[in-house]
Design a protein around this ligand. Structure first.
Ligand code: HEC
Ligand code: HEC
Ligand code: HEC
Ligand code: HEC
Length: 130
């Protein structure tokens, strides 16, 4: 027979499992990028199936995109997973923000597609109308 204490234990275990799978699934659910930092979007959100994209492209190092900087210097081996790009890249260019948000996305995505001669380069291939 299941008593109250055992039931409570089982209940918390189930909660924990659900929580963990939610945390690890977060980026699996990502299908596009639409940063709320752009207050008004001129283009449809950019298609980006996060996990599927990185698997197909054979990218294992998260810091290729989620890089981490301290005092304007890249910290090798550190990652900024969990921080949106807009935490550090702001909309407008100013002295301490050489790469504004749109350029940060564009440079990162398009540079690699050019280098590898794979992946979309045209506006409409990333900003796909629904
Ligand atoms: C090709 C670039 C790229 C690579 C490689 C990459 N990510 Fe991301 N990831 C992104 C972008 C872009 C976002 C959205 C950032 C934003 O909101 O500005 C993101 C968001 C996330 C988020 C937030 C999830 C959400 O739904 O908002 C997590 C967690 C994450 N990435 C984990 C990882 C981990 C772990 C790795 C390495 C295994 C990784 N990423 C590799 C580009 C990448
Ligand atoms: C912890 C802060 C931080 C986060 C988070 C961050 N960046 Fe950066 N990034 C910087 C800084 C600082 C520079 C140096 C540019 C400068 O001096 O203004 C930089 C430079 C860049 C550059 C130019 C140099 C290079 O590596 O090619 C690109 C492109 C870039 N970031 C894209 C991104 C993208 C895309 C994301 C989100 C997936 C992101 N960054 C997240 C701080 C950050
Ligand atoms: C380090 C290299 C690299 C970076 C960075 C990168 N990509 Fe890619 N991307 C690829 C490669 C390689 C392919 C082709 C994969 C294949 O089909 O073999 C690709 C394919 C794609 C495709 C086609 C569909 C798919 O998932 O295969 C889209 C859309 C795409 N990338 C969007 C993006 C966006 C948006 C970013 C920036 C947030 C980005 N990529 C950053 C390497 C990269
Ligand atoms: C490899 C994919 C890729 C290509 C190619 C690309 N973009 Fe983007 N672009 C992005 C990503 C990722 C973002 C960030 C998306 C967001 O947050 O809405 C972005 C953001 C933007 C933004 C700011 C957000 C908005 O909707 O106002 C504009 C404007 C934009 N792109 C225009 C263009 C134009 C014009 C072209 C062609 C010259 C282009 N992009 C090509 C991936 C791409």
């Amino acid at each position: 027979m299941i008593n109250n204490k055992l039931f409570l234990k089982l209940f918390w275990i189930v909660c924990l499992v659900v929580l963990i799978s939610h945390l690890t699934m977060a980026q699996e659910d990502m299908k596009f990028i639409k940063s709320p930092a752009f207050k008004k979007h001129q283009r449809p959100p950019a298609v980006f199936y996060h996990d599927q994209h990185n698997e197909k492209a054979g990218i294992e190092d998260c810091s290729i995109c989620h890089h981490y900087y301290e005092n304007g210097k890249l910290v090798e081996g550190a990652m900024s997973v969990g921080q949106p790009c807009s935490d550090c890249h702001h909309l407008k260019k100013y002295k301490g923000n050489k790469i504004p948000l749109m350029d940060a996305y564009h440079n990162r995505c398009i540079q690699c597609h050019k280098q590898r001669k794979k992946g979309p380069l045209a506006c409409g291939e990333c900003h796909v109308k629904k």
